[in-house]
Design a protein around this ligand. Structure first.
Ligand code: ZN
Length: 257
């Protein structure tokens, strides 16, 4: 069993709930698609947990922004980015501080894994999209608004591609079509002859109107979407207690938006 997580966004309580659920189900490997930090109240804790638990972690746009410079971020996201950077810089333990920066600085943009162990073809993993791995969003509405976009995306997919970034879970097929986890009743049975782009959703800031943490489990030729409840109100309070973090970054967690 392979667990794929993404967009933790410094939400330790959501991440711990997901890691416990993954351990319960007995996954042998965790891949993290990036955005470990940004938005939320506990960047250091999330970096340490992901470093310690994920076999592969990729670069998200928020990880990139903390390392280098935010671009096209809204005011709240930019402020959270600078605050996150400050937390990492102010770490008193020099080894720990360096280890976290090294981890962020060495995140790969893309990873590939053979899928035969899980009854699947080759799999590729990215944060955003195969065209622009760190920054491009692939939204359900794109099916109607920019079908040409999908040609370029699917040209670059061997069989399955796993992404995050939009915080909206679901499956895109080459038609193009989009299926929400509800439409799939939680399980996508992979067709060996058809490519698919799978958005694994977000652990720490879901935006599909379901406030539970989201991730996927891959096994036996299928991808299962899993939701895990956690103490959302506690995280809303943590965000509220940090003046540099926009209050909306807390309240949005309640509604999953
Ligand atoms: Zn994100």
């Amino acid at each position: 069993m392979l667990a794929v997580i993404s967009d933790i966004h410094s939400n330790t309580k959501a991440l711990l709930a997901v890691l416990a659920d993954i351990a319960n189900r007995g996954a042998d490997k965790i891949v993290c698609l990036g955005d470990v930090v940004g938005y939320g109240p506990e960047p250091k804790e999330c970096l340490d947990l992901v470093r310690g638990n994920a076999a592969v972690t990729l670069m998200g746009n928020h990880d990139f922004a903390v390392l280098f410079e935010p671009s096209k971020f809204n005011v709240g996201a930019e402020a959270a980015c600078f605050w996150t950077r400050l937390q990492l810089e102010r770490e008193q333990d020099e080894n720990l501080r360096d280890a976290r920066w090294d981890f962020l600085g060495n995140l790969a943009v893309k990873a590939s894994l053979p899928g035969d162990k899980y009854g699947l073809g080759d799999m590729v993993f990215l944060h955003g999209s195969p065209r622009r791995p760190i920054n491009e969003y692939v939204f359900p509405d794109d099916i109607y608004n920019s079908p040409a976009k999908f040609q370029g995306i699917f040209d670059r997919i061997p069989h399955l591609c796993f992404v995050g970034h939009t915080h909206v879970p679901g499956v895109f097929t080459e038609t193009p079509d989009y299926y929400s986890p509800d439409e799939l009743e939680g399980v996508f049975e992979v067709d060996p002859a058809r490519k698919a782009l799978i958005n694994v959703g977000s652990v720490g800031q879901p935006r599909d109107r379901d406030n539970r943490a989201c991730y996927v489990m891959v096994e036996d030729g299928a991808v299962r979407f899993i939701r895990v409840p956690y103490d959302v109100d506690a995280v809303v309070r943590e965000v509220g207690a940090i003046p540099e973090l926009d209050e909306f970054l807390g309240t949005r967690l309640k509604d999953g938006r």
